[in-house]
Ligand binder design. Structure first.
Ligand SMILES: Nc1ncnc2c1ncn2[C@@H]1O[C@H](COP(=O)(O)OP(=O)(O)O)[C@@H](O)[C@H]1O
Ligand SMILES: [Mg+2]
Length: 325
């Protein structure tokens, strides 16, 4: 299992939720994971029902079996200060730099540099060791930018090459790329069983592969329960109305009186079956597209009660049962 797990996906498909569930799943059996957020939305804090995360690693959850999940919201500006401090021992000069706007330059004018700082911080956490020479985190899980931007975000080398051909930024970019393009990293994509996100997933995988970035798994999120399978649906379409009414009656639905209300339940029931049949056909089509991608697939259920902490642990359990850790 790669130690840097990057989670991308079309916006709204559950990127943040899946990244958090994965961090929990990987933290079982006494492992320690770091869940990082790079887009400053505080989605992780919301999900774990804690206050906004500072730019500081904090324990936010305990996994079954005693593992720990830490979280960090990476702030590009603070990461740049930290970085300058490290290389140039800037101290208070960092504050001066901030005043004259050098930081604004690096974080807004040069997006490539900004991305190097964000991915660089995650890679630093991946490689960090304690004084006994053991890795501080067994896994780092990144809630990354969406599919449309992920390849460019991770492919910092190309972006920064034009900006800095030599010097510390260049070296940093090289070091980051060595981690990102190695088996130490896996980039997962979250999707729904719908045409648009599946198409985006397919395009995203092609782009990642073209950039030689390691594609991990596809997580199909918010999968609705199967009511009837293909055979069941055919059968449902073939049953005559009169038999359905009779069956409803004998099940005590719509009143026992002969020719009673059961008849009135038939149309809505058939309409529902038809709607479900349509959805089933669409989903079957999308499953086929996903299967053709030649990437391991996972499915997570739509939690009917909505998302909360208990739901998050349930999704983590699902991922573990599907063999992610
Ligand atoms: N498996 C699920 N079941 C039910 N609701 C979900 C599930 N996964 C995500 N959600 C909900 O969908 C919404 C989008 O999820 P989020 O993780 O914030 O997506 P993204 O980070 O991709 O924008 C949130 O309201 C979240 O609670
Ligand atoms: Mg999100």
């Amino acid at each position: 299992m790669s130690r840097l797990q990057v989670v991308s996906g079309k916006g709204g498909t559950g990127k943040t939720t899946v990244a958090a569930a994965l961090a929990l799943a990987l933290a079982t059996e006494g492992k320690r994971t770091l869940l990082v957020e790079v887009e400053g939305r505080q989605g992780i804090a919301q999900l774990f029902e804690t206050e906004a995360l500072p730019y500081e690693e904090r324990k936010i959850a305990v996994a079954p079996g005693g593992g720990e999940v830490y979280a960090l919201a990476i702030d590009a500006e603070l990461a740049l200060l930290e970085y300058l401090q490290m290389f140039y021992k800037l101290g208070s000069a960092g504050r001066a730099l901030r005043k004259i706007g050098a930081i604004d330059f690096a974080t807004t004018i040069a997006p490539g540099v900004r991305d190097v700082l964000l991915t660089g911080k995650a890679c630093e956490a991946v490689r960090r060791k304690d004084k006994h020479g053991r890795f501080v985190y067994d896994y780092v899980v990144m809630d990354a930018p969406p599919t449309g931007r992920i390849t460019r975000f991770l492919n910092v080398n190309d972006e920064v090459a034009g900006l800095a051909r030599i010097g510390p930024i260049h070296n940093q970019a090289q070091a980051v790329m060595r981690v990102l393009k190695s088996p130490e990293t896996a980039v997962h994509l979250v999707t729904l069983l719908e045409e648009m996100p599946v198409q985006e997933t397919s395009d995203g995988i092609a782009e990642l592969r073209a950039a030689r970035l390691p594609v991990g798994r596809v997580v199909v999120n918010m999968v609705r329960p199967e009511v009837l399978d293909g055979d069941g649906l055919e059968l449902a379409a073939a049953v005559p109305r009169s038999s359905i009414a009779r069956a409803l009656s004998s099940a005590g639905l719509g009143g026992a009186r002969r020719g009673g209300h059961a008849e009135r339940l038939v149309d809505p029931l058939l309409a529902q079956a038809e709607e479900y049949a349509e959805r089933y056909a669409l989903e079957t089509e999308q499953r086929a597209v996903l299967a053709a991608l030649d990437v391991p697939l996972h499915e997570l259920p739509m939690l009917a009660e909505g998302m909360d902490l208990a739901g998050l642990y349930q999704l983590a359990r699902e991922l573990r049962e599907q063999g992610v850790s």
